[in-house]
Design a protein around this ligand. Structure first.
Ligand code: G
Ligand code: G
Ligand code: MN
Ligand code: NA
Length: 255
């Protein structure tokens, strides 16, 4: 209850933050988009609360929609600052919960928020979580189709982490898949991971999907992914998630 109260307070009065993790194209080394990741250093609780705990508390408190709205607004505000600035990400991905993705009004709300901010819809990427229930898929598919129609970029997150990735990629008209870190961390030495990724990349080519590898930590992993034909890397090799204020400096001189 303390956690839930503190979250409601943070949503109303401030305390949540988005950290930004940039992505890099594997073939050219060019900077790509970025992902916004939720961070909460709660003064009231006296600790950093990890996203999984924030999401669970939001679910229990009926605050999932409000939290997703906060994330969306925050990402749009950042993209307004960065729009047209060479060297800063021109696309920012946000993680949106399954419950919100089933809301019939969500796609329209996103389109209106982008329009109001004067942003091209392609400045926003929506990452779809792996933990969708089968019964929720039709409603999520409708939202995904409507967002795609509006010009928003759609990504299937955590690909290969759960049991349903293939069913989801069949049913949801996404532009990109994000390969889960649990497979990437087995590179470059595990032949089983390599075989799974080879067929995943073949599938992606057939579906004309862009593939983003998550959790890339070493140059050896990046090289293996490059050879597999993976397009984009995200992970500590590129950069750790950082506060938006730090991103400007990092983009000027990536380290
Ligand atoms: O940043 P970190 O590795 O701690 O994130 C852990 C998990 O929390 C990841 O699965 C990530 O997708 C999820 N997550 C991070 N930020 C958000 C957010 O803003 N909204 C939602 N729904 N999930 C998030
Ligand atoms: O579920 P999702 O993929 O959205 O969450 C990404 C999470 O992985 C974030 O919490 C982020 O902090 C974490 N992360 C990002 N890059 C790396 C990495 O290279 N290695 C590890 N171990 N974690 C990472
Ligand atoms: Mn994600
Ligand atoms: Na992921």
């Amino acid at each position: 209850a303390l956690l839930r109260d503190a979250l409601a307070e943070a949503l109303a009065e401030g305390g949540l933050a988005l950290h930004i993790q940039p992505q890099r194209h594997l073939r050219t080394g060019a900077l790509g988009g970025a992902e916004a990741l939720l961070r909460w250093d709660s003064a009231r609780l006296g600790r950093m609360v990890p996203p999984t705990e924030i999401l669970a508390a939001a679910g229990e408190a009926g605050l999932t929609r409000a939290l997703d709205q906060w994330v969306l607004r925050g990402a749009i505000a950042l993209q307004r600052e960065w729009l047209g600035e060479a060297g800063l990400p021109q696309r920012l991905g946000v993680n949106i919960s399954a419950a919100t993705l089933q809301d019939p009004g969500f796609a329209e709300e996103v389109a209106a928020a982008l329009d109001h901010a004067g942003l091209p819809p392609s400045a926003l990427e929506i990452e779809i979580p792996e933990d969708l229930a089968v019964r929720d898929l039709p409603a999520v598919a409708e939202t995904v189709a409507a967002l795609r129609e509006a010009g928003v970029v759609l990504a299937l997150d955590d690909f290969g982490a759960g049991h349903s990735s293939l069913a989801h990629v069949v049913k949801l008209p996404v532009h990109r898949v994000k390969l889960d870190r649990s497979t990437i961390e087995r590179l470059p030495d595990d032949p089983r991971a390599y075989a799974v990724l080879r067929s995943t990349l073949a599938m992606a080519r057939g579906l004309e999907l862009e593939v983003v590898a998550e959790g890339v930590e070493t140059e050896a992993q990046a090289e293996a992914l490059r050879r597999l034909g993976c397009h984009v890397a995200q992970g500590w090799l590129v950069a750790r998630p950082m506060p938006p204020e730090a991103l400007r400096d990092w983009c000027a001189a990536p380290v």
